[in-house]
Design a binder for this molecule. Structure first.
Ligand SMILES: Cc1ncc(COP(=O)(O)O)c(C=O)c1O
Length: 356
Protein backbone atom coordinates (compact mmCIF):
# COMPACT_ATOMS: atom_id res chain seq x y z
CA UNK A 1 0.00 0.00 0.00
CA UNK A 2 1.32 3.46 -0.91
CA UNK A 3 1.61 5.55 2.26
CA UNK A 4 3.53 8.51 0.86
CA UNK A 5 3.44 10.23 -2.51
CA UNK A 6 6.30 12.28 -3.86
CA UNK A 7 5.26 13.85 -7.15
CA UNK A 8 8.32 14.58 -9.27
CA UNK A 9 6.62 14.39 -12.69
CA UNK A 10 6.89 18.13 -13.29
CA UNK A 11 6.93 21.51 -11.57
CA UNK A 12 3.42 21.95 -12.98
CA UNK A 13 1.92 19.58 -10.39
CA UNK A 14 2.09 21.92 -7.39
CA UNK A 15 -1.10 22.69 -5.48
CA UNK A 16 -2.04 26.28 -4.60
CA UNK A 17 -0.78 27.23 -1.13
CA UNK A 18 -3.07 28.49 1.66
CA UNK A 19 -1.87 32.03 0.93
CA UNK A 20 -2.78 31.63 -2.74
CA UNK A 21 -6.23 30.27 -1.91
CA UNK A 22 -6.83 33.14 0.52
CA UNK A 23 -5.75 35.69 -2.10
CA UNK A 24 -8.04 34.05 -4.67
CA UNK A 25 -10.98 34.12 -2.27
CA UNK A 26 -10.64 37.84 -1.65
CA UNK A 27 -9.37 39.00 -5.06
CA UNK A 28 -10.78 42.23 -6.37
CA UNK A 29 -12.13 41.47 -9.86
CA UNK A 30 -13.88 42.98 -12.86
CA UNK A 31 -14.22 42.17 -16.56
CA UNK A 32 -10.69 41.76 -17.96
CA UNK A 33 -11.79 41.50 -21.59
CA UNK A 34 -13.12 45.02 -21.15
CA UNK A 35 -9.77 45.86 -19.51
CA UNK A 36 -11.07 46.51 -15.99
CA UNK A 37 -9.83 43.66 -13.82
CA UNK A 38 -7.63 45.38 -11.20
CA UNK A 39 -5.84 42.23 -10.04
CA UNK A 40 -4.92 41.11 -13.57
CA UNK A 41 -3.69 44.66 -14.14
CA UNK A 42 -1.55 44.49 -10.98
CA UNK A 43 -0.03 41.18 -12.08
CA UNK A 44 0.73 42.51 -15.57
CA UNK A 45 2.27 45.70 -14.17
CA UNK A 46 4.41 43.72 -11.72
CA UNK A 47 5.63 41.30 -14.39
CA UNK A 48 6.45 44.07 -16.88
CA UNK A 49 8.46 45.81 -14.16
CA UNK A 50 10.36 42.66 -13.16
CA UNK A 51 11.19 41.88 -16.79
CA UNK A 52 12.18 45.45 -17.63
CA UNK A 53 9.61 45.73 -20.44
CA UNK A 54 6.94 48.34 -21.15
CA UNK A 55 3.86 46.15 -20.93
CA UNK A 56 2.52 42.68 -20.16
CA UNK A 57 -0.48 40.46 -20.87
CA UNK A 58 -1.88 37.57 -18.84
CA UNK A 59 -2.61 34.47 -20.97
CA UNK A 60 -4.07 31.06 -20.01
CA UNK A 61 -0.96 28.96 -20.75
CA UNK A 62 2.66 28.92 -21.86
CA UNK A 63 1.62 27.40 -25.16
CA UNK A 64 -0.74 30.29 -25.85
CA UNK A 65 1.93 32.75 -24.71
CA UNK A 66 4.38 31.41 -27.28
CA UNK A 67 1.75 31.12 -30.01
CA UNK A 68 0.55 34.70 -29.54
CA UNK A 69 4.13 36.00 -29.40
CA UNK A 70 5.23 34.21 -32.57
CA UNK A 71 2.08 35.21 -34.46
CA UNK A 72 2.32 38.82 -33.33
CA UNK A 73 5.90 39.08 -34.60
CA UNK A 74 5.08 37.13 -37.78
CA UNK A 75 1.83 38.78 -38.83
CA UNK A 76 2.56 38.57 -42.55
CA UNK A 77 1.88 35.31 -44.39
CA UNK A 78 5.01 33.50 -45.51
CA UNK A 79 6.96 34.43 -42.37
CA UNK A 80 9.59 32.07 -41.04
CA UNK A 81 10.85 31.60 -37.49
CA UNK A 82 14.26 30.19 -36.54
CA UNK A 83 14.11 27.97 -33.48
CA UNK A 84 15.90 25.03 -31.84
CA UNK A 85 15.19 21.50 -33.06
CA UNK A 86 14.74 20.40 -29.43
CA UNK A 87 12.69 23.33 -28.17
CA UNK A 88 9.22 23.27 -26.67
CA UNK A 89 7.58 25.40 -29.36
CA UNK A 90 8.78 23.08 -32.12
CA UNK A 91 8.14 19.75 -30.39
CA UNK A 92 5.31 20.08 -27.88
CA UNK A 93 2.94 22.80 -29.06
CA UNK A 94 1.01 20.88 -31.73
CA UNK A 95 2.76 22.82 -34.48
CA UNK A 96 0.33 25.64 -33.66
CA UNK A 97 2.55 28.33 -35.16
CA UNK A 98 2.04 26.56 -38.53
CA UNK A 99 -1.45 25.14 -38.25
CA UNK A 100 -2.99 28.24 -36.72
CA UNK A 101 -0.56 30.98 -37.70
CA UNK A 102 0.75 29.90 -41.10
CA UNK A 103 4.29 30.47 -39.81
CA UNK A 104 7.05 28.29 -41.23
CA UNK A 105 9.52 26.84 -38.69
CA UNK A 106 13.21 26.63 -39.59
CA UNK A 107 15.05 24.53 -37.04
CA UNK A 108 18.67 24.87 -36.00
CA UNK A 109 20.38 22.15 -33.94
CA UNK A 110 20.14 22.67 -30.20
CA UNK A 111 23.40 21.94 -28.42
CA UNK A 112 23.33 19.98 -25.16
CA UNK A 113 23.41 23.28 -23.22
CA UNK A 114 20.25 24.54 -24.96
CA UNK A 115 22.07 27.05 -27.19
CA UNK A 116 22.15 27.13 -30.97
CA UNK A 117 25.48 28.03 -32.60
CA UNK A 118 25.46 31.66 -33.72
CA UNK A 119 26.92 30.83 -37.13
CA UNK A 120 24.19 28.21 -37.68
CA UNK A 121 21.51 30.73 -36.74
CA UNK A 122 22.99 33.27 -39.13
CA UNK A 123 23.25 30.68 -41.90
CA UNK A 124 19.56 29.84 -41.45
CA UNK A 125 18.44 33.44 -42.04
CA UNK A 126 16.98 33.66 -45.53
CA UNK A 127 18.63 35.89 -48.09
CA UNK A 128 16.05 38.64 -48.76
CA UNK A 129 17.06 38.70 -52.43
CA UNK A 130 15.55 35.22 -52.77
CA UNK A 131 12.06 36.38 -51.81
CA UNK A 132 10.54 34.90 -54.95
CA UNK A 133 11.25 31.41 -53.56
CA UNK A 134 12.04 31.75 -49.83
CA UNK A 135 9.83 32.41 -46.86
CA UNK A 136 10.86 35.61 -45.06
CA UNK A 137 12.76 35.18 -41.79
CA UNK A 138 11.16 37.45 -39.19
CA UNK A 139 11.89 35.94 -35.78
CA UNK A 140 14.38 33.94 -33.69
CA UNK A 141 13.17 32.01 -30.62
CA UNK A 142 15.25 30.94 -27.65
CA UNK A 143 14.17 28.87 -24.63
CA UNK A 144 15.53 29.71 -21.16
CA UNK A 145 15.82 27.47 -19.21
CA UNK A 146 15.99 24.89 -21.95
CA UNK A 147 13.75 22.09 -20.73
CA UNK A 148 14.66 19.20 -23.01
CA UNK A 149 18.34 19.86 -22.42
CA UNK A 150 17.75 19.30 -18.71
CA UNK A 151 16.86 22.81 -17.52
CA UNK A 152 20.03 24.43 -18.85
CA UNK A 153 20.46 28.20 -18.47
CA UNK A 154 21.21 30.50 -21.38
CA UNK A 155 23.53 33.29 -20.25
CA UNK A 156 22.80 37.00 -20.65
CA UNK A 157 25.88 37.27 -22.90
CA UNK A 158 24.68 34.52 -25.24
CA UNK A 159 21.19 36.03 -25.38
CA UNK A 160 22.71 39.44 -26.15
CA UNK A 161 24.69 37.93 -29.02
CA UNK A 162 21.55 36.38 -30.50
CA UNK A 163 19.80 39.72 -30.00
CA UNK A 164 22.58 41.51 -31.90
CA UNK A 165 22.32 38.98 -34.70
CA UNK A 166 18.56 39.53 -34.84
CA UNK A 167 18.98 43.32 -34.98
CA UNK A 168 21.64 43.08 -37.69
CA UNK A 169 19.16 41.22 -39.91
CA UNK A 170 16.11 43.24 -38.86
CA UNK A 171 14.55 40.29 -37.01
CA UNK A 172 12.78 40.05 -33.65
CA UNK A 173 13.85 37.87 -30.71
CA UNK A 174 11.33 35.97 -28.57
CA UNK A 175 12.26 34.01 -25.45
CA UNK A 176 10.18 31.09 -24.23
CA UNK A 177 10.91 31.91 -20.61
CA UNK A 178 8.64 29.27 -19.09
CA UNK A 179 11.33 28.86 -16.39
CA UNK A 180 13.19 32.17 -16.76
CA UNK A 181 13.17 32.76 -12.98
CA UNK A 182 14.96 29.42 -12.48
CA UNK A 183 17.61 30.61 -14.90
CA UNK A 184 17.96 34.02 -13.23
CA UNK A 185 18.34 32.43 -9.78
CA UNK A 186 20.80 29.75 -10.96
CA UNK A 187 22.97 32.25 -12.85
CA UNK A 188 22.68 34.94 -10.19
CA UNK A 189 21.68 37.42 -12.89
CA UNK A 190 18.63 39.71 -12.50
CA UNK A 191 15.81 38.50 -14.68
CA UNK A 192 15.45 41.83 -16.54
CA UNK A 193 19.14 41.67 -17.50
CA UNK A 194 18.71 38.12 -18.76
CA UNK A 195 15.94 39.12 -21.20
CA UNK A 196 17.22 42.60 -22.10
CA UNK A 197 17.88 41.69 -25.74
CA UNK A 198 14.44 40.11 -26.25
CA UNK A 199 11.51 41.81 -27.95
CA UNK A 200 9.13 39.50 -26.12
CA UNK A 201 9.20 36.89 -23.36
CA UNK A 202 6.57 34.36 -22.34
CA UNK A 203 6.87 33.57 -18.62
CA UNK A 204 5.02 30.63 -17.04
CA UNK A 205 3.42 31.21 -13.66
CA UNK A 206 2.38 27.59 -13.23
CA UNK A 207 5.82 25.96 -13.36
CA UNK A 208 8.68 26.62 -10.91
CA UNK A 209 6.94 29.46 -9.14
CA UNK A 210 3.91 27.31 -8.41
CA UNK A 211 0.81 29.32 -9.40
CA UNK A 212 -2.14 27.16 -10.45
CA UNK A 213 -2.78 28.67 -13.89
CA UNK A 214 -1.36 30.97 -16.50
CA UNK A 215 1.53 32.73 -18.15
CA UNK A 216 2.39 36.33 -18.87
CA UNK A 217 3.82 37.77 -22.09
CA UNK A 218 5.96 40.90 -21.85
CA UNK A 219 7.16 43.31 -24.53
CA UNK A 220 6.67 46.82 -25.89
CA UNK A 221 3.32 48.62 -25.55
CA UNK A 222 2.56 48.22 -29.26
CA UNK A 223 3.49 44.49 -29.19
CA UNK A 224 1.20 43.88 -26.20
CA UNK A 225 -1.66 45.83 -27.82
CA UNK A 226 -1.51 43.50 -30.86
CA UNK A 227 -1.07 40.46 -28.61
CA UNK A 228 -4.20 41.41 -26.63
CA UNK A 229 -6.28 41.36 -29.79
CA UNK A 230 -4.87 37.98 -30.83
CA UNK A 231 -5.52 36.57 -27.35
CA UNK A 232 -9.21 37.39 -27.87
CA UNK A 233 -9.18 35.79 -31.34
CA UNK A 234 -7.78 32.58 -29.83
CA UNK A 235 -10.41 32.51 -27.10
CA UNK A 236 -7.93 33.42 -24.39
CA UNK A 237 -9.73 36.56 -23.21
CA UNK A 238 -11.10 35.76 -19.75
CA UNK A 239 -13.48 37.79 -17.66
CA UNK A 240 -12.93 37.88 -13.85
CA UNK A 241 -9.42 36.52 -14.32
CA UNK A 242 -8.23 38.36 -11.21
CA UNK A 243 -9.18 35.23 -9.27
CA UNK A 244 -6.22 33.38 -10.79
CA UNK A 245 -4.01 36.44 -11.18
CA UNK A 246 -4.25 36.86 -7.40
CA UNK A 247 -2.65 33.44 -6.87
CA UNK A 248 0.05 34.31 -9.38
CA UNK A 249 0.91 37.51 -7.50
CA UNK A 250 1.41 35.44 -4.34
CA UNK A 251 3.57 32.98 -6.33
CA UNK A 252 5.76 35.85 -7.56
CA UNK A 253 6.14 37.31 -4.08
CA UNK A 254 6.68 34.07 -2.18
CA UNK A 255 8.10 31.44 -4.50
CA UNK A 256 10.83 33.00 -6.62
CA UNK A 257 12.92 32.98 -3.46
CA UNK A 258 12.39 29.23 -3.08
CA UNK A 259 13.89 28.30 -6.45
CA UNK A 260 17.43 28.18 -5.13
CA UNK A 261 16.39 25.53 -2.63
CA UNK A 262 14.66 23.56 -5.45
CA UNK A 263 17.94 23.61 -7.38
CA UNK A 264 19.84 22.41 -4.30
CA UNK A 265 17.40 19.52 -3.86
CA UNK A 266 17.77 18.65 -7.55
CA UNK A 267 21.56 18.44 -7.09
CA UNK A 268 21.12 16.35 -3.92
CA UNK A 269 18.94 13.93 -5.82
CA UNK A 270 21.31 13.88 -8.79
CA UNK A 271 24.32 13.19 -6.55
CA UNK A 272 22.51 10.30 -4.86
CA UNK A 273 21.41 8.80 -8.17
CA UNK A 274 24.89 9.16 -9.64
CA UNK A 275 26.21 6.95 -6.84
CA UNK A 276 23.90 4.11 -7.90
CA UNK A 277 25.49 1.59 -10.20
CA UNK A 278 24.05 1.70 -13.71
CA UNK A 279 22.55 5.19 -13.44
CA UNK A 280 24.15 8.28 -14.97
CA UNK A 281 22.78 11.75 -14.37
CA UNK A 282 23.23 14.68 -16.76
CA UNK A 283 24.79 17.80 -15.19
CA UNK A 284 22.10 19.66 -13.24
CA UNK A 285 21.83 23.46 -13.37
CA UNK A 286 18.28 24.11 -12.17
CA UNK A 287 15.28 21.97 -11.15
CA UNK A 288 15.25 19.34 -13.94
CA UNK A 289 17.14 16.06 -13.61
CA UNK A 290 17.59 13.58 -16.46
CA UNK A 291 18.75 10.08 -15.53
CA UNK A 292 20.24 7.75 -18.12
CA UNK A 293 19.91 4.03 -17.46
CA UNK A 294 22.97 2.18 -18.66
CA UNK A 295 22.42 -0.85 -20.85
CA UNK A 296 24.23 -3.14 -18.40
CA UNK A 297 21.39 -2.66 -15.92
CA UNK A 298 18.98 -4.58 -18.21
CA UNK A 299 15.94 -2.66 -17.02
CA UNK A 300 13.91 -0.13 -18.97
CA UNK A 301 13.00 3.37 -17.82
CA UNK A 302 9.33 2.38 -18.06
CA UNK A 303 9.87 -0.51 -15.65
CA UNK A 304 11.72 1.67 -13.14
CA UNK A 305 8.96 4.30 -13.37
CA UNK A 306 6.37 1.61 -12.63
CA UNK A 307 8.36 0.20 -9.71
CA UNK A 308 8.74 3.69 -8.29
CA UNK A 309 5.04 4.39 -8.68
CA UNK A 310 4.27 1.34 -6.54
CA UNK A 311 6.21 3.11 -3.77
CA UNK A 312 4.52 6.48 -4.36
CA UNK A 313 7.34 8.11 -6.30
CA UNK A 314 5.99 9.69 -9.49
CA UNK A 315 8.44 10.42 -12.31
CA UNK A 316 8.26 10.24 -16.11
CA UNK A 317 10.14 8.14 -18.64
CA UNK A 318 11.48 10.34 -21.43
CA UNK A 319 12.67 7.40 -23.56
CA UNK A 320 13.26 3.66 -23.00
CA UNK A 321 16.56 4.52 -21.27
CA UNK A 322 15.87 7.95 -19.80
CA UNK A 323 13.88 9.27 -16.85
CA UNK A 324 12.92 12.89 -16.21
CA UNK A 325 12.55 14.22 -12.68
CA UNK A 326 11.51 17.76 -11.80
CA UNK A 327 11.84 19.42 -8.40
CA UNK A 328 9.49 22.10 -7.04
CA UNK A 329 8.75 23.93 -3.81
CA UNK A 330 6.42 21.25 -2.47
CA UNK A 331 9.21 18.65 -2.35
CA UNK A 332 11.15 18.50 0.91
CA UNK A 333 14.71 17.29 1.57
CA UNK A 334 13.16 14.26 3.27
CA UNK A 335 11.11 13.55 0.11
CA UNK A 336 14.38 13.54 -1.82
CA UNK A 337 15.92 11.02 0.59
CA UNK A 338 12.79 8.85 0.35
CA UNK A 339 12.90 9.05 -3.47
CA UNK A 340 16.55 7.95 -3.42
CA UNK A 341 15.80 4.94 -1.24
CA UNK A 342 12.89 3.98 -3.55
CA UNK A 343 15.15 4.31 -6.60
CA UNK A 344 17.58 1.92 -4.96
CA UNK A 345 14.76 -0.63 -4.51
CA UNK A 346 13.28 -0.03 -7.96
CA UNK A 347 16.58 -0.61 -9.72
CA UNK A 348 17.47 -3.66 -7.62
CA UNK A 349 13.92 -5.09 -7.80
CA UNK A 350 13.91 -4.81 -11.59
CA UNK A 351 17.27 -6.53 -11.80
CA UNK A 352 16.25 -9.51 -9.68
CA UNK A 353 13.03 -9.91 -11.71
CA UNK A 354 15.24 -10.04 -14.79
CA UNK A 355 17.44 -12.63 -13.10
CA UNK A 356 20.40 -10.20 -12.86
C1 LIG B 1 9.81 25.28 -21.94
C2 LIG B 1 8.31 25.29 -21.96
N1 LIG B 1 7.67 26.18 -22.72
C3 LIG B 1 6.33 26.23 -22.80
C4 LIG B 1 5.56 25.34 -22.07
C5 LIG B 1 4.07 25.37 -22.25
O1 LIG B 1 3.38 25.72 -21.09
P1 LIG B 1 1.86 25.26 -20.86
O2 LIG B 1 1.92 23.85 -20.39
O3 LIG B 1 1.39 26.20 -19.80
O4 LIG B 1 1.14 25.42 -22.13
C6 LIG B 1 6.18 24.37 -21.28
C7 LIG B 1 5.37 23.39 -20.54
O5 LIG B 1 5.81 22.43 -20.00
C8 LIG B 1 7.59 24.34 -21.22
O6 LIG B 1 8.24 23.43 -20.49
Amino acid sequence: MVTRTVDLRSDTVTKPTEAMRAAMATAEVDDDVLGYDPTAFRLETEMAKRMGKEAALFVPSGTMGNLISVLTHCDIRGSEVILGDNCHIFIYENGGISTIGGVHPRTVKNNSDGTMDLDLIEAAIRDPSGEIVYPTTRLICLENTHANSGGKCLSAEYTDQVGELAKKHDLKLHIDGARIFNSSVALGVPVDRLVRAADSVSVCLSKGIGAPVGSVIVGSKSFIAKARRLRKTLGGGMRQVGVIAAAALVALQENVGKLESDHKKARLLADGLNEMKGLRVDPVETNIVYVEIEEGLHISAGKIVKNLEERGILVMDASPSRIRIVLHHQISASDVQYALSCFQHAVKGGQSENGN
